[in-house]
Write a protein of this length. Structure first.
Length: 237
C-alpha cells in the first residue's frame, strides 16, 4: 500500500502522527502513507459524519482547527480532578435544586462521587498501561496534561479528511506538521505522548475498547522499525 500510494518525500516525521488514532479505531492502514485501507464512503459516513459531524470542507477545517486549539488542557495532573470528570460532575450537580446545592450532606455525596470517578479512571488507564506497556511508574505518574488526545486526533482526522476529499494534500501535511510541533513542545518522547493520549481516551470513553488501543500502542512502541521506532529522533530538540 505504501508503494502504491507513496507519501511525499520529507514528510516521514510528520507521518508518525495520526497512526495510533486511526489504527485503534474503525479503519486501519496508514503508516508511511496518507492512504487508508477502507472505502471512502465508509470513512465519510461511519466516522467523519457520525462521529465528528464533518460533511464538507468547511466543517472539516472547523473541526481540525478546534482540535489544534487543545481544549483538553486544563492544568491536568494525576493528583488533580480530571477535567472531563469535573465536567460530568457539574453537569449533574447543576440539576440539583438551590437548596440541595447548599446542603453539606448533599455536597459531600457529590464530591465523593467525583473522587470515585477520578479514581476509577486512574485504575483503568494507569493500571493497564503499567501492566501491558514498557512504561515505568514514573513515566505514567509524571503525566501533566492530556493534550496528546487532541493532538493525535488532529493528525488522524486530518488524514481521514484528506482521504475523503475534504482537504488537499498540502493542507493535510500542514495539519500533520502542526500536530508534530504541538507534540514535541509538550513531550520528551513517544512514551510520554502515549500516556497522555491513552489517559485522555479513558477520560472520554472509560474502558471501552481500551485493550484494542493498547495493542496498537504496543506495536508502535515495541516493534522494530515501526514508524514510531524510526522517528524517535524527532523528539531531539
Amino acid at each position: 500500500m505504501e508503494q502504491q500510494y507513496p507519501a511525499r518525500a520529507g514528510e516521514e516525521k510528520n507521518l508518525a502522527f495520526g497512526v495510533l488514532f486511526i489504527n485503534g479505531g474503525l479503519f486501519a492502514g496508514p503508516t508511511r502513507t496518507l492512504h487508508i485501507n477502507a472505502k471512502v464512503d465508509d470513512v465519510k459516513k461511519y466516522d467523519l459524519d457520525q462521529y465528528w459531524d464533518i460533511k464538507d470542507t468547511d466543517s472539516a477545517k472547523e473541526t481540525l482547527n478546534q482540535l489544534a486549539s487543545l481544549p483538553s488542557n486544563n492544568g491536568f495532573s494525576p493528583s488533580s480532578i480530571y477535567s472531563a470528570s469535573a465536567k460530568t460532575f457539574f453537569t449533574h450537580f447543576e440539576k440539583l435544586s438551590p437548596e440541595q446545592q447548599k446542603d453539606p450532606a448533599e455536597l459531600n455525596k457529590w464530591v465523593q462521587a467525583l473522587e470515585q470517578i477520578n479514581q476509577n479512571i486512574k485504575v483503568e488507564a494507569f493500571g493497564k498501561m503499567y501492566e501491558r506497556l514498557s512504561l515505568s511508574y514514573q513515566q505514567i505518574m509524571g503525566l501533566q496534561n492530556i493534550d496528546a488526545w487532541d493532538i493525535e486526533r488532529l493528525a488522524g482526522t486530518a488524514r481521514k479528511c484528506y482521504f475523503a476529499g475534504y482537504i488537499t494534500e498540502d493542507e493535510c501535511y500542514q495539519y500533520l506538521a502542526q500536530a508534530r510541533s504541538l507534540a514535541t513542545a509538550r513531550y520528551a518522547n513517544w512514551q510520554e505522548y502515549l500516556v497522555s493520549f491513552m489517559t485522555g481516551r479513558v477520560v472520554c470513553y472509560k474502558e471501552t475498547g481500551f485493550d484494542q488501543w493498547i495493542d496498537v500502542a504496543q506495536g508502535l512502541l515495541e516493534t522494530p522499525n515501526s514508524i514510531w521506532d524510526q522517528n524517535k529522533g524527532l523528539w531531539t530538540k
